[in-house]
Design a protein around this ligand. Structure first.
Ligand code: KG4
Ligand code: ZN
Length: 340
């Protein structure tokens, strides 16, 4: 019959369920939450309520689309954290009930590990260019900015991370300041295509070692706009492409600087991007240029697996199943996880 894993993701504002069979993806269903758009960010209480409404139909659709029977499911894997506690609780409780109901093992998955292992989601009939171990991963999302040495499927080490805001958060918060809707990253990326990345300069952080900081950039951007708007109230509208391109260029500079440092320090030349911000076109271009210069082999995840999805949770669950790493039913979600 093979090993069939149901994966469940509910760490932030996407409810997702996926089925992986013997490492191949059979279905990946995602319900996005539009309710947060007008608030300029995810509202935790609203997110958990919508997860409750979505979880049953999303899981049901994923199982039907995969064409598997309930009796064929070997285990259920769920995101334990990090994330919003109320959101995580919905997926965790559902997974526990599902595991007890079908009498199948329960597998807890670290959301960050899931993002990193998105590179290993295989699909029938599609060639997959996978990194080999060890490799260096730059995980950039709305909640995280991390440099991770990936030693095997389940052995990873964080060697650098943001001491304040995440890269995606910097995109989202600066977008909000410019009056753009949430999530701001893709919109800034779009406007930036028509702008000059060197039009404006913002203060770049001085953080030691391989750590990152983005809160200073956000403040510098905010003060810059405040001063410019005093002189011309239409400053943002008149300069939107240049503002987006310059801000994006600063964020990419910060990321690339530490990525180059990490590659030199570890001696790793296989670089794998992960997380929602890995979809950013300027970041992708900058990493490809650096690859030429430093002789890196770069792995860019398929766009549909960069943002939050359950396929990455199911594939991580699959490798944990093979390793015999199961959870007990008294496990609870955790909003912050220091280790990976
Ligand atoms: O990985 P993800 O879906 O969720 C978290 O785990 O946080 O990442 C979402 C983040 C948001 O901050 C969003 O603005 C950002 O990824 N993002 C982008 C782009 N697409 C998504 N940021 C910059 N450029 C993009 N094209
Ligand atoms: Zn994520």
């Amino acid at each position: 019959m093979g090993i069939v894993i149901l994966g469940i993701e509910s760490s932030c504002d996407d409810t997702s369920a996926a089925i992986v069979k013997d490492g191949f993806l059979l279905s990946n269903v995602i319900a996005n939450q539009q309710v947060h758009q007008s608030y300029g960010g995810v509202v935790p209480e609203l997110a958990s309520r919508v997860h409750q409404q979505n979880i049953v139909p999303v899981v049901d659709t994923a199982i039907k689309q995969a064409g598997v029977a309930l009796k064929d499911i070997s285990a259920v894997a769920f995101t334990r954290g990090p994330g919003l506690l109320g959101s995580l609780l919905v997926g965790t409780s559902f997974a526990k009930g599902f595991s007890i109901g079908l009498n199948i093992p329960l597998i807890d998955v670290n959301h960050l590990q899931g993002h990193v292992l998105a590179h290993f989601i295989k699909e029938k009939g599609k060639e997959l260019d996978q990194p080999s171990f060890p490799f260096l991963s730059l995980l950039v999302s709305g909640g995280h900015t991390q440099l991770i040495v990936v030693k095997s499927y389940l052995e990873m080490e964080i060697i650098g991370q943001s001491i304040d805001d995440a890269a995606g958060e910097a995109f989202d918060k600066c977008a909000k300041v410019m009056g753009l809707p949430y999530p701001g990253g893709p919109i800034i990326d779009k406007f930036a295509q028509q702008g000059n990345p060197y039009a404006f300069k913002f203060g770049l952080p001085q953080v030691s070692d391989l750590d990152f900081s983005f809160s200073g950039l956000k403040t510098s951007f905010l003060y810059f706009l405040r001063d410019k708007i005093k002189e011309d109230s239409d400053f943002i509208t008149k300069n939107l492409p240049d503002l987006c391109a310059s801000l994006q260029n600063s964020i990419v500079q910060i990321l690339l600087d530490k990525l180059v440092k990490a590659a030199k320090l570890t001696g790793l030349a296989q670089i794998a991007l992960a997380g929602g911000v890995a979809a950013n076109s300027a970041l992708r271009n900058a990493v490809m240029q650096a690859a030429n210069e430093y002789k890196w082999q770069v792995f860019l995840p398929q766009l549909s697996y960069t943002t939050d999805n359950a396929a990455m949770i199911a594939i991580t669950g699959y490798y944990k199943y093979l390793a015999g790493h199961f959870a007990t039913h008294n496990i609870s979600p955790i909003s912050r996880i220091k280790e990976i």
